[in-house]
Design a protein around this ligand. Structure first.
Ligand code: ATP
Ligand code: MG
Length: 314
């Protein structure tokens, strides 16, 4: 394990991810992310964007691919509701001899080594944890670990991005943090040609017939704004191929439908009907704030109310 000394404290560093990925098609979000990380002058600073999109649409893959395109190591910090401020920076570990050693998080390691940090699923993390990162993501570019009693200045090559899901199982990130995580880069559903390329690249052993069925299915779902993703497509194809291998004589379309129904649910077999039902239920249900349990949306007293409903859920 690589170690460095900061303010006389020895820090054990985290390991970068080994994955190599290829980003296929969809050049616009990749261009935007790489643009955020450019500095146009020596007085300029990189931006730390939020990569936004439905689960399984390619957010983490995009961030890794962008880091690789810059030739930098990548460190992934998986954020959860239980992530504590010290998990993000330095964690004390008790050794067998009763000595305390200090372990730098993947994020802090990236900052020290001038690598790329991905804060994965950042919107699952509570405000208290975000607060410890304010200085790292503004023009100070430094982080203070209370646990180790050290201050770490980020390397000039340090870059970061936050991935965020568009689902309801999330915390609201406070405005002062959001203002440091700009801009938002949205990953749209892929166009037909790109989706076919992504699926063929991910599953080069699949038959053309099943790939076609899956792309037709996903494109129709995207058109109806159903949140089925590339990852869902990969899972459906994988399962359909396995079913076919175990029952070679079976009808491919039937096996494909079985895979859809077991992976996305029986409702997903009739996507027109499913889209209508979802629409009636109000589409993708947004996250709730505490105020929503006590006040109606338009009530002046509601601290979370926004006059523009689009802005509110945006
Ligand atoms: N443009 C693309 N190029 C290459 N692979 C892609 C692309 N878009 C999606 N994928 C594939 O889609 C799958 C899901 O991607 P990924 O895990 O990055 O999604 P995610 O948005 O981070 O999901 P989650 O919200 O669950 O974290 C991966 O297998 C990835 O390779
Ligand atoms: Mg991800």
């Amino acid at each position: 394990m690589e170690k460095i000394v900061v303010d006389n404290v020895e820090l054990a560093l985290a390991h970068p991810v080994a994955t190599t990925v290829e980003w296929i098609g969809q050049s616009e979000p990749l261009r935007q992310l790489l643009a955020c990380w450019i500095t146009v002058d020596e007085r300029d600073l990189p931006l730390t964007p939020r990569i936004i999109g439905y689960p399984g649409i390619g957010k983490t893959t995009l961030a890794i691919a962008a880091a690789r395109a810059r030739g930098q190591d990548v460190y992934i910090m998986q954020c959860t509701a239980d992530t504590r401020p010290e998990d993000l920076l330095v964690t004390p570990v008790l050794s067998e001899q009763g000595k305390i050693s200090y372990h730098a998080s993947p994020l802090l390691t990236a900052a020290v080594r001038g690598a790329v940090a991905i804060l994965d699923e950042g919107n699952r993390m509570a405000e208290k944890s975000w607060a410890s990162l304010a200085g790292l993501f503004d023009n100070r570019r430094m982080a203070e670990s209370v646990v180790a009693g050290i201050t770490v200045c980020a390397h000039p090559d340090f870059r970061a991005a936050i991935t965020m899901n568009e689902d309801s199982s999330t915390f609201e990130i406070p405005d002062y943090i959001m203002s440091r995580l700009q801009p938002g880069i949205k990953i749209p559903f892929p166009e037909r040609e790109d989706e076919m390329k992504i699926l063929s690249y991910s599953l080069p052993f699949s038959s053309g017939e099943i790939l076609d069925m899956c792309v037709d299915y996903l494109q129709k779902a995207h058109g109806l704004d159903l949140s089925f993703s590339v990852r869902d497509g990969i899972n459906i194809i994988r399962y359909a191929l396995k079913l076919k291998e175990s029952d070679k004589g079976a009808d491919t379309k039937e096996l494909f439908n079985r895979a859809v129904s077991q992976i996305l649910g029986e409702d997903a077999l009739d996507i027109d009907k499913l889209a209508q039902t979802r629409k009636k239920q109000g589409g993708n249900i947004p996250s709730m704030n505490l105020g929503d349990f006590f006040f109606s949306d338009d009530e002046d007293l509601n601290p979370d109310a926004e006059s523009d409903p689009d802005k509110r859920w945006g």
